[in-house]
Design a protein around this ligand. Structure first.
Ligand code: CTP
Ligand code: CA
Length: 228
């Protein structure tokens, strides 16, 4: 559907979206990352812009073109993503966390390439947990004051509804969107499960842009200004 015909349900809103994986460097040429194409987050950024919002897309390393009219901030690590997100959400009214953030980063980063030492013994790697970006934003003053509506995503391999409900409560967010992975990763289609305080609703299998537009409408309907 052509963008200029989309209803402007997010006119006047500032939306921040995180998308893609993060990359946690181990040395200059290696690191750990997650599977994530970024397609869902990019589709949401596009749909939010088409709905009249001013959109900032905080993107991990992905190979996707920037949606027209969207401000894009490229990041690598979870820490960079947190910094960029905290800055962008200072004046935002909606935050949608679709990024597949690495839960851990290597405890130390080597400035030089780690070499095999000839002993045949692999190095022992130590990790530390990354800050939870969504939790940090959702616990911030603006979210607590009802000025910033936070939406989380959860990809689960089983028990989607139970995990999604528990995750929504743990993060203290009004809306959590679940999907069953890893089959959906990188695909153009998906189906989503919306979990809010009222219960659960399914958005059936559809192209990601259609789901993104439906999700944008669901978010708009939940904003404090809706209907006023
Ligand atoms: N998230 C985040 N920062 C992190 C980890 C997760 O912002 N460090 C966000 C994701 O973008 C997503 C939501 O939190 O919107 C849920 O991520 P998920 O990985 O499913 O949940 P976790 O809390 O990390 O729990 P686990 O991976 O153990 O299931
Ligand atoms: Ca995680």
């Amino acid at each position: 559907v052509i963008s200029q015909f989309q209803p402007k349900v997010l006119a006047g809103q500032q939306v921040v979206v995180t998308a893609g994986p993060t990359f946690e460097a181990l040395d200059p040429i290696r690191g750990i990352t997650n599977h994530s194409s970024g397609k869902m987050g990019f589709a949401i950024a596009r749909a939010a812009h088409d709905a009249g919002a001013e959109v900032t897309l905080v993107a991990g390393p992905v190979h996707l073109p920037t949606p027209r009219g969207v401000r894009r901030v490229d990041v690598q690590s979870a820490r960079d993503m947190l910094d960029a997100t905290l800055q962008a959400t200072q004046s935002a009214s909606v935050f949608v966390a679709t990024a597949a953030v690495a839960d851990w980063r290597p405890a130390s980063h080597s400035a030089q390439k780690i070499k095999k030492d000839g002993s045949g013994k692999p190095p022992v790697l130590h990790f530390v947990e990354n800050d939870d970006i969504l939790l940090t934003v959702a616990q911030g003053a603006r979210a607590k004051a009802g000025q910033l509506f936070c939406v989380g995503f959860a990809a689960e391999s089983e028990n989607l509804e139970a995990h999604a409900k528990a995750k929504r409560e743990r993060k203290g967010i009004p809306l959590l969107v679940g999907n069953i992975g890893p089959l959906t990763f990188g695909q153009d289609d998906n189906s989503l499960l919306l979990v809010d305080a009222q219960g659960v609703r399914e958005l059936p299998r559809a192209p990601k842009l259609k789901l993104a537009r439906d999700l944008v409408a669901e978010i708009a309907a939940r904003l404090p200004s809706a209907g006023s």
